[in-house]
Design a binder for this molecule. Structure first.
Ligand code: GDP
Ligand code: FE
Ligand code: FE
Ligand code: FE
Length: 194
């Protein structure tokens, strides 16, 4: 896969090297799995493959940064101060996008928004957002019981896959007594189907 559009100033191999330096080996393998799934989903859904590849490769770039770094970025970039009440799970996408822009000089708004939306989705999602959100859930390293079913849906109907994933994630969080990020509820209400 060769990059031609200038969203990243370098080759795919160079971007992979930057990502590999930013995360653990295990997370890097997850990221490569997300890229593979995202490229396949992009091809089936008329999404630009280069954007899908880059968004997938960077989606968890900031996942292993410290709480102090995220809090500093929230303050310096004047992001919504409510973010300070949350944690790495929420920060690594929304705040991570700022770190990606600064360190990797990726400034394409669609790529950055797909990173921002990859954990809890959004009420309004672009096709690229959906591709990254779903690819993160179904990549070949994921092992939860319903993953085979999720993959089948994903390659048949991207919107239905967003719906399934949103419902599945919320059910998991409720069963585990986790606090729910309000935007995750908004996503659920938009994407749940009766
Ligand atoms: P990953 O970065 O590839 O592990 O995947 P995600 O970015 O999709 O999710 C990161 C973590 O955030 C997962 O463990 C989710 O269960 C968790 N998560 C997603 N939404 C919420 C939420 O509303 N509340 C809480 N507490 N955790 C959430
Ligand atoms: Fe993530
Ligand atoms: Fe996810
Ligand atoms: Fe991920």
């Amino acid at each position: 896969l060769e990059y031609h559009q200038g969203y990243f100033n370098g080759t795919r191999t160079e971007l992979c090297a930057r990502v590999q330096q930013s995360v653990s080996p295990k997370r890097y393998q997850h990221i490569l799995g997300v890229e593979e799934a995202a490229v396949q989903l992009a091809q089936r859904n008329d999404v630009e493959v280069e954007k899908a590849s880059i968004a997938a490769l960077v989606h968890d770039y900031a996942k292993e940064r410290s709480p102090e770094e995220f809090k500093s970025v929230i303050q310096h970039k004047k992001l919504n101060s409510d973010l300070l009440n949350w944690n790495n799970f929420i920060w690594h996408g929304v705040v991570g996008a700022e770190i990606i822009a600064a360190e990797l000089e990726i400034n394409d708004i669609e790529i950055l928004n797909a990173v921002r939306r990859h954990t809890v989705g959004a009420v309004t999602m672009t096709q690229l957002d959906k591709v990254i959100y779903v690819a993160d859930f179904i990549e070949k390293g994921r092992l939860f019981p319903d993953v085979a079913f999720a993959r089948t849906i994903a390659f048949n109907d991207l919107d239905q896959a967003v719906s399934f994933e949103t419902k599945h994630t919320l059910q998991y969080l409720l069963a585990a007594n986790k606090i729910i990020y309000p935007a995750a509820i908004a996503t659920y209400n938009r994407w749940v189907t009766e």
